[in-house]
Ligand binder design. Structure first.
Ligand SMILES: *[C@@H]1O[C@H](CO)[C@@H](O)[C@H](O)[C@H]1NC(C)=O
Ligand SMILES: *[C@@H]1O[C@H](CO)[C@@H](O)[C@H](O)[C@H]1NC(C)=O
Ligand SMILES: *[C@@H]1O[C@H](CO)[C@@H](O)[C@H](O)[C@H]1NC(C)=O
Ligand SMILES: *[C@@H]1O[C@H](CO)[C@@H](O)[C@H](O)[C@H]1NC(C)=O
Ligand SMILES: [Zn+2]
Length: 490
């Protein structure tokens, strides 16, 4: 048995609509017309062969589309009825207490993949043992920063398309600057999952998530279902509010609930990824998950809730004089701070309109190849149009014309200073394994004790839409992802 029927459109309406467009019978064959026009055969031959050609083309197209669709359906059916797959992982489990699916989306900021081997974390372990985990972790989007990644998880879009291209940036058309805390909807593009859910007549609740306190389209951030960000709210209060949603009557209970913890990112920035203080921070997050799971157990809904525990990015220590200084560039170029939206680990350069971008780029390149800039081999600078396409980081005016990628664990600073050197950072290339966060999911549609390959976080939007049985907005995730990760219904 699958999840209870929802009074909303299924996840297949696009396919159905396309099938209805197909002609119901094949096009007429041209034999009859051939007999009637014998006397004018030569004159009409050209017309006939044209008509025949068109008919043959239409027939071939119809046949091709038909074969394509039947293959898709057969593949899907084969996948779901593949005995090896279902014997190994089984089918989705019916809901026992809840009347319809609920997704609990939890972010523990900066929870690098592998942190969970540092110390026993019994509650995260509970999700791993009976859930599905991405190994080695999930792949963040570039740049591996908090706001771009949380909003990619929420929208299924790469930052170039959801508009939050960094934590700090400027918009060249208005000259205004974005920073965390700005909730003016003009900055936040795309359709976040909480809005998609509300558009389908269901309820979303957000206890913090970057972008969730932006009122936009069908989504209004109002109590009791949306909290405006306040980092001082104790984790216990957040958990207890989330649990209270499960005490609401069926028609008031949210289908999606987000929950956000600032740790272990906060500690990671101060001490790096390998300090014992990290252990304390992750134990605290695990204890909060324990408080949450105890509350779900007490309400007899733990097994019914689809719990997705993930993070936005990892963390890496920055020590051992791994620093590049802009002051070394002075003989070739000096870039005042008004030119740089950010320095490190993303060097984002937007020269003023009266300065030639190519010349700035060329002078930077000359400085880097001069042998006079310390650690220059650890900074890779690109014109935005030449940026590696795998990073999907050029199709937005908000992305500045010159971007430099600082190598994993390195820092770019303006000048030498006696400031404390060792800390932690993220924002580097999303290929770096230190930047990969956790993804662990538990619930009726997730296999128990299964490990899946790493995937990019833009897949999470479609995953949530599939669990809830809604049709999401266009995004950069793939449709096949949910089919290979979620269990089929019997
Ligand atoms: C996993 O699920 C089984 C069966 O529901 C349960 O007995 C077991 O305690 C669970 N394991 C953990 C670590 O929670
Ligand atoms: C933020 O939360 C703290 C702790 O709950 C509270 O004392 C404070 O008034 C809140 N601030 C705002 C602006 O709501
Ligand atoms: C780039 O280098 C050239 C040659 O040294 C110099 O004349 C020019 O001013 C530099 N451009 C900028 C924008 O600093
Ligand atoms: C991402 O999705 C948007 C919206 O559907 C689309 O316009 C864009 O081309 C996609 N980008 C990539 C790299 O697929
Ligand atoms: Zn973060």
């Amino acid at each position: 048995m699958g999840p209870p029927a929802l009074n909303i459109s299924s996840s297949e309406p696009v396919e159905d609509a396309q099938q209805n467009l197909l002609p119901s019978k094949p096009p007429p064959l041209p034999e009859d017309s051939l007999l009637e026009v014998q006397s004018q055969r030569r004159a009409n031959w050209a017309r006939f062969s044209f008509a025949f050609g068109v008919a043959a083309c239409i027939f071939a197209c119809v046949a091709a589309v038909f074969v394509l669709f039947s293959c898709r359906h057969r593949n899907q059916a084969d996948f779901y009825s593949d005995p090896e797959y279902t014997q190994r992982w089984g089918f989705s489990r019916p809901l026992k207490t809840l009347s319809r699916p609920v997704v609990l989306l939890i972010s523990s900021d900066g929870f690098r993949y592998g942190y969970h081997w540092k110390v026993p974390l019994p509650n995260i372990h509970r999700l791993q043992v009976n859930g599905t985990e991405a190994v080695p972790g999930m792949i963040p989007v570039y740049p591996t920063l908090t706001f771009p990644n949380h909003y990619s998880i929420a929208t299924g879009l790469y930052p170039a398309w959801h508009g939050i291209i960094a934590n700090y940036f400027s918009d060249p058309s208005s000259n205004e600057r974005f920073h965390p805390g700005i909730i003016d909807p003009k900055w936040w593009l795309g359709e976040p999952i909480w809005e998609s859910i509300v558009k389908h007549g269901l309820i979303s609740a957000t206890y913090f998530w970057p972008g969730s306190d932006v009122s936009k389209g069908a989504w209004n951030c109002n109590l009791p279902y949306c909290q405006h960000y306040n980092h001082s709210v104790p984790y216990e209060d957040r958990v207890d509010t989330v649990l209270a949603y499960f005490d609401l009557p069926d028609d008031k209970r949210p289908s999606l609930i987000t929950l956000y913890f600032e740790e272990p990112d906060h500690t990671g920035h101060m001490v790096g990824a390998d300090d014992p203080h990290i252990d304390k921070a992750i134990v605290r997050v695990d204890q909060m998950l324990g408080r949450l799971f105890d509350g779900l157990d007490a309400r007899n809904v733990f097994d019914d809730v689809s719990i997705i525990l993930l993070s936005d990015h990892g963390m890496v220590g920055t020590c051992d004089k791994k620093i590049i200084y802009l002051e070394d560039f002075a003989p070739w170029i000096s870039m005042p701070s008004s030119w740089t939206d950010t320095l490190s680990p993303v060097l984002a350069v937007r020269p003023p309109p009266n300065v030639d971008v190519k010349e700035v780029y060329q002078n930077i390149t000359e400085a880097l190849s001069s042998g006079k800039v310390a650690n220059s081999e650890f900074l890779q600078v690109y014109l935005k149009e030449d940026f590696p396409s795998r990073l999907h980081y050029s199709s937005s005016d908000r992305i500045p014309p010159i971007i430099g990628i600082v190598a994993e664990g390195y820092k770019l600073e303006r000048k030498r200073s006696p400031a404390k050197e060792c800390a932690g950072a993220h924002g580097y290339d999303n290929e770096a394994s230190s930047m990969h966060p956790i993804f662990i999911a538990h619930g009726p549609q997730f296999a128990k004790g299964r490990q899946i390959a790493s995937f990019v976080n833009v897949e999470v939007y479609n995953l949530i839409a599939s669990i809830l049985g809604i049709q999401g907005a266009a995004n950069n995730g793939t449709l096949s992802f949910s089919r290979t990760v979620l269990l089929p219904s019997i």
